[in-house]
Design a protein around this ligand. Structure first.
Ligand code: NAD
Length: 370
């Protein structure tokens, strides 16, 4: 089953199983592709029903990171890690230090960060054992929580989409429905309000809705109906698969652009949105701001540099829209085409000039200690 799954879910370079009996660590690191650089992707801690579920998740997520980094123009490969366990009950210093030792043994081929179920504090434990970790606390020279930068990138994606679909990137008076007011959604609302947008919000957590109403006077809607809000932009910032056979006929927006990963239930829904005349900002291009932010850590972090990188989401998105028009395909397909072309071109060059395109930095600790 293990090798069958590895074969079925992407053509991965390396999959590492991490087991430490004493600390209870059961983890998997998946390195999908290092053509463009070291594989970077967060560590997800989740109480998976089966070990097979954990394996499939890490294989899928790591492949997605390859395309996200490639489309974002970053010199990073795709990787991801999962730890099997309940993030509320099963965390310990030993567990994350043991995990850090496994990462360290990979010598920089895989760089981790926080993800669902892991925090800055967990990354600090990993950092005690390896320099190959980003998203560590600011006090240690890291950049902390990447969510505000993800939100900034999503704002850029919304602006590019408005320019393409409505003829102007000015968000003053533009109606945006935001689904999910967590780390990304709440930061996005702040940015949108600053730009003069009219924001409608929804979350299954009523306290979060109330906070946005109190702070910014946002209208709210039932979380089960927000996708059908009459608006210019629907911005999913909660779960994946919100764009599906049931929701597409109910959409009353002109644009879908948000932060959620895997927004389309299936690839065909990118084409379905095109058919009904709704512009889709491909999720892995729109939500790359967090990855851009941790990449800035590798270069020697500054907020200015991180914002410069996340601002590039605007041009990246405009390029995808042009490609989709040129090739008469969905924006989702265009984004994959763009990412694959970059991987192929640079992969060919690297093979031709083998050995001359190594990374400019040696360890992250050196970068942090500058
Ligand atoms: P989060 O857990 O902080 O927030 C998610 C919010 O969505 C919560 O407030 C939750 O109550 C709400 N929610 C859940 N189900 C809902 C529903 N049915 N209707 C309305 N609200 C619902 O997560 P986050 O870090 O803000 O991430 C949001 C999305 O963005 C996820 O899909 C994540 O994978 C993606 N993403 C996040 C980052 C990042 O930097 N945090 C980067 C890239 C992609």
């Amino acid at each position: 089953m293990v090798f069958e799954n590895i074969g079925n879910y992407g053509n991965h370079e390396q999959v590492i199983f991490c087991h430490d009996k004493d600390t209870g660590l059961k983890g998997i690191i998946a390195i999908h592709d290092t053509t463009l650089g070291p594989a970077l992707g967060g560590t997800r801690m989740w109480n998976y029903a089966t070990e097979e579920d954990a394996l499939i998740d890490v294989l899928r997520l790591s492949e997605g990171m390859t395309y996200k980094a490639a489309a974002a123009g970053l010199n990073l490969g795709g990787g991801k890690a999962v730890i099997i366990g309940d993030p509320k009950k099963d965390k310990s210093e030993g567990l994350f230090r043991a995990f850090g030792m496994y990462i360290n043994a990979l010598n920089g081929r895989y760089i981790t960060a926080e993800d669902v179920g892991t925090s800055e504090a967990d990354m600090e434990q990993v950092y005690a054992e390896t320099p190959w970790v980003t998203g560590i606390p600011k006090g240690l020279g890291g950049s902390g929580d990447p969510s505000p930068y993800t939100a900034h990138g999503v704002l850029m994606a919304i602006k590019a989409s408005c320019k393409e679909k409505l003829g102007s990137e000015n968000l003053n008076g533009v109606r945006v429905a935001v689904q999910g007011l967590g780390n990304v959604g709440s930061n996005l609302v702040k940015y949108l309000i600053e730009e003069g947008a009219k924001v409608i919000v929804a979350d299954i957590d009523q306290e979060r809705v109330q906070k946005m109403a109190d702070e910014f006077g946002c209208e709210s809607m039932d979380p089960n109906e927000i996708h059908s809000a009459e608006c210019d932009v629907f911005a999913p910032c909660a779960l994946g698969a919100i764009i599906n056979d049931q929701t597409i006929p109910q959409l009353q927006c002109k644009i879908v652009a948000g932060g959620a990963n895997n927004m389309l239930a299936e690839t065909k829904h990118g084409e379905a949105l095109r058919e009904v005349g709704i512009l889709y900002a491909p999720d892995f291009v729109a939500n790359a701001g967090g990855l851009m932010n941790v990449f800035a850590e590798l270069e020697g972090y500054s907020v200015e540099r991180a914002l410069e990188r996340t601002s590039a989401v605007y041009n990246n998105m405009m390029n995808i829209f042009s490609l989709a028009k040129r090739d008469n395909c969905s924006t989702h397909d265009a984004a994959f085409k763009f990412a694959t072309q970059r991987l192929n071109t640079l992969g060919r060059l690297k093979r031709k000039h083998q050995g001359s395109t190594s990374r400019p930095f040696t360890t992250l600790k050196e970068v942090y200690n500058r």
